[in-house]
Write a protein that binds this ligand. Structure first.
Ligand code: NAD
Length: 540
């Protein structure tokens, strides 16, 4: 049975892959009833469902009911109604709900981490990264939304006589289309700021990770957000995702650059805004004064977190000649020391890939590179003995532009290492290609590294860290340059993207036109004198 066979209702043969012996540390007995209870939150009445399997075992995990076009209509109808009341709810009350959500996420972490593990296969510590990011975002939203959304006064055309108020008005219903790789945070951390700004959300998670998104929805409701404010629909990207793009007042998309283009043109057609968080081919520069051990440790995390299925993870390393050999030896040694495993407990440094399709892509990139002369320093093999889609963390040398993995995103645990002699050349090579998501620099000279960072054409650059310094700093805007995206999540920008900015001008005493029988010519003369005076006074 294929994962996409439509099925009419529950299949008694699915008993859940709960097997404590095989999955030490599992605290969630994954029973079909658990999944069924979560799927009650879906707006999905088509009568069809798809079976989702766990990458830990390859065994069926749950039936996911599918949404029809009418279901998406219904989700938007409910969301619109809830949004009208929510927009009138004081921001302080929204903030309080976000802070309660923060606590719930931390309190319920075992359940959340188990579910992320079952659905995505990732190592528990990488699931925890997502969970911590959601908590950080909830705290940020809970503590700063009032400040970012408060109306502001700005100077008017005539000082004192013209008053300008700038208001941040909710968009309405925000559509979120999210991928499978960070299913908890890419649903919740993009959605919470939309709620803070007074919007409702209709979200379509990836087909593989619907349950995690549904658990997030349940926690929002438990935290006190109104029940209909957050609607979840499920189904194929082009159909259900397309239906969201056709209805939403703003779209937040995270996924591949190819799909991002489709979303952008759908939004352009309707003249609604969108933010696009897309792919990357992220470089690390290890400068000649880097601490080798720190760089090698960081490179392991930057390249192999979530088995490299992370938009900001590293696939290219440019290493200064002076320390290249010593660095690569340490990087290989640290990679060889990683604990690989497909279990729910703590202790694994890397889990399996999420799907057979991911495994095929990763294997194809490595096979192509090896066939064309690349050298595998470590890894390079699938490990079906660990889990059906497991692939070893892999370090390649000698990668050349004719190889697929040179410029195309692998989105797996494969990194190419290159030597450089000259820093300007390293920067130019790091900037090659169309992507511009995340970069990293290892150096013991922070100010010089920050100077170089300004030359890297990426939306985020981390110094002496792979991605966590920017990703974890929820005050810092995050997003891509060039083909890696449009718009920013996090920071004030991440909240205000979900608003329309409205300026209200109040004119007092004098009107902006000739008065008291003044001619147009006299008015123009008086205006000209006033314009010159304003400039002299240093007014903007
Ligand atoms: P994808 O583009 O195939 O799918 C992402 C989402 O879009 C899924 O929910 C999918 O169902 C939906 N979708 C697919 N086709 C659609 C269409 N025609 N209309 C509307 N929705 C559609 O991406 P993926 O393979 O699931 O995710 C991996 C990609 O996401 C990688 O390229 C990765 O770099 C990128 N990513 C980027 C970020 C970021 O923040 N920049 C974060 C995570 C992943």
């Amino acid at each position: 049975m294929s994962a996409h066979d439509p099925m009419p209702g529950p299949d008694p043969t699915i008993t859940g892959p709960h097997d404590p012996e095989h999955h030490p540390g599992a605290t969630l007995a994954f029973e079909p009833e658990y999944a069924t209870a979560l799927t009650q939150r879906l707006v999905a009445t088509s009568g069809e469902s798809v079976v989702v399997s766990s990458p830990l075992t390859g065994q069926p995990l749950a039936h996911i009911p599918q949404s029809s076009g009418a279901d998406v209509d219904e989700a938007f109808r409910r969301a619109r109604r809830a949004q009208e009341a929510w927009a009138r709810t004081p921001v302080a009350e929204r903030e309080a709900a976000s802070l309660r959500f923060h606590d719930l996420v931390l309190d319920r972490q075992d359940e959340i981490l188990d579910l992320i593990g079952w659905e995505s296969g990732k190592a528990r510590k990488h699931g925890y990264e997502e969970l911590a990011h959601v908590a950080l975002t909830a705290r940020y939203c809970g503590r700063t939304s009032s400040r970012h959304l408060r109306s502001e006064q700005r100077p008017g055309v005539f000082p004192v006589l013209t008053r300008i108020d700038v208001n941040y008005v909710p968009k309405g219903v925000v559509g979120i289309i999210s991928p499978w790789n960070y299913p908890f945070t890419l649903a919740m951390s993009d959605g919470l700021p939309a709620l803070m700004a007074g919007n409702a959300v209709v979200i379509k998670p990836d087909a593989q990770t619907v349950l995690t998104a549904l658990l997030g929805a349940q926690l929002l409701e438990e935290a006190g957000f109104p029940p209909d404010l957050w609607q979840v629909v499920a189904g194929p990207g082009a159909d259900v995702g397309g239906a969201i793009v056709a209805r939403a007042d703003y779209v937040c998309f995270t996924g591949s650059t190819a799909t991002g283009r489709i979303i952008a043109s759908g939004c352009a057609e309707r003249l609604v805004g969108c933010s696009l968080e897309l792919g990357g081919k992220n470089p690390i520069l290890v400068l000649r004064d880097a601490d080798i051990e720190r760089a090698a440790e960081g490179a392991v995390r930057a390249s192999f977190s979530n088995a490299g299925q992370l938009c900001v993870s590293t696939e290219r390393m440019f290493v200064a000649d002076q320390l290249y050999d010593r660095f690569v030896d340490r990087f290989v040694a640290r990679t060889d020391a990683m604990t690989l495993g497909a279990t729910l407990d703590w202790g694994n440094d890397m889990g399996p890939l999420i799907s057979e399709q991911q495994l095929r892509t990763v294997q194809a990139h490595v096979d192509d590179a090896v066939a064309k002369g690349a050298v595998v320093r470590t890894g390079g093999r699938a490990r079906p003995d660990l889990a059906p889609y497991f692939f070893e963390p892999t370090i390649l040398e000698g990668v050349t532009p004719d190889m697929a993995c040179f410029g195309a995103e692998t989105f797996g645990p494969v990194v190419s290492v290159y030597r450089f002699h000259d820093e300007a050349d390293a920067v130019a090579r790091a900037n090659e290609g169309d992507y511009g998501l995340n970069g990293s620099i290892y150096s013991q000279d922070g100010s010089r590294a920050r100077e170089i960072a300004r030359q890297i054409k990426c939306g985020t650059v981390n110094i002496n860290e792979g991605y966590g310094a920017t990703f974890g700093s929820t005050h810092a805007p995050m997003g891509g340059m060039r083909q890696s995206g449009l718009g920013r999540r996090q920071g004030a920008e991440g909240i205000r993207r979900y608003t329309d900015i409205q300026s209200v001008g109040t004119q007092r005493l004098v009107r902006i036109a000739p008065m008291l029988g003044m001619s147009d010519a006299a008015f123009a003369k008086a205006m000209t004198a006033s314009l010159r005076a304003m400039k002299k006074l240093g007014r903007a």
